[in-house]
Design a protein around this ligand. Structure first.
Ligand SMILES: [Zn+2]
Length: 184
C-alpha cells in the first residue's frame, strides 16, 4: 500500500523519533508499505517520520547504482551493494570519518529543492535489523550520504539544515513558499 509522504512544515519532521521496541507484524507491514512508497517515488531512502510515524525506522535502496560506493564492508567483510538492498533498519547509530564531500541532495518531503550539501564522506553505521541481528556497514559515496540523510530524519534534522550560510539563503524563499502552499 502506498503511504502519503509528509511534507515540509509538518511538525513530525522535527521530532526526535522514539526507539522501536518490538518488531511485531504491524511493524513489518509498515516496512513493506514504506519500501513500496519509496520505490513508487523513485527515492533512495524513506524515514518513518516522512510517512507520519514517530519511530526510529528507515529504509534505503541505492541498488539502481551498484557503483555508487568505492568500498562496502558489512560486519567487517567486503560486500556488494546488491547483497544488502533494500536496507531496512531500526534504532541506528552512526560514526563519521573526518573527510567531507559536497554532493547534490533532495528529499521526498521537500519537493522541488535539490541543492549541494557538505557531509562526511565516510560512515560506519550500526543498523539493528527487524530479526534481532545487527548490520555494521562501513562505506562512502551515495550509500554513506543516504544513511546520513535518513538517520538525520530520525533526529528531526532535514538536509536544508545542513546547508552552508549561502546555501540557506538561496533556499529560504522556496522553503517559505512550501510553507505557504501548505496553509492554503
Ligand atoms: Zn529526506
Amino acid at each position: 500500500m502506498l503511504l502519503p509522504i509528509v511534507q515540509y512544515g509538518d511538525p513530525i519532521l522535527r521530532k526526535q523519533c522514539k526507539p522501536v521496541g518490538n518488531t511485531d507484524p504491524a511493524l513489518r507491514e509498515l516496512v513493506d508499505n514504506m519500501l513500496e512508497t519509496m520505490a513508487d517515488a523513485n527515492g533512495v531512502g524513506l524515514a518513518a517520520p516522512q510517512i507520519g510515524e514517530d519511530l526510529q525506522l528507515a529504509v534505503v535502496d541505492v541498488s539502481h547504482d551498484p557503483e555508487c560506493v568505492t568500498y562496502l564492508k558489512v560486519n567487517g567483510k567486503d560486500a556488494e551493494i546488491a547483497d544488502i538492498m533494500p536496507l531496512v533498519f531500526i534504532n541506528p547509530t552512526l560514526e563519521y570519518g573526518q573527510e567531507k564531500e559536497t554532493e547534490y541532495e533532495g528529499c521526498l518531503s521537500i519537493q522541488g529543492i535539490r541543492t549541494e550539501v557538505r557531509r562526511p564522506a565516510e560512515v560506519m553505521a550500526t543498523l539493528p535489523q527487524l530479526d534481532g541481528t545487527t548490520l555494521v556497514i562501513e562505506t562512502d559515496g551515495l550509500l554513506a550520504r543516504a544513511l546520513q540523510h535518513e538517520i538525520d530524519h530520525l533526529n528531526g534534522i532535514l538536509f536544508v539544515d545542513r546547508l552552508s550560510a549561502v546555501g540557506k539563503v538561496s533556499v529560504k524563499n522556496r522553503l517559505k513558499r512550501l510553507l505557504s502552499e501548505r496553509e492554503e
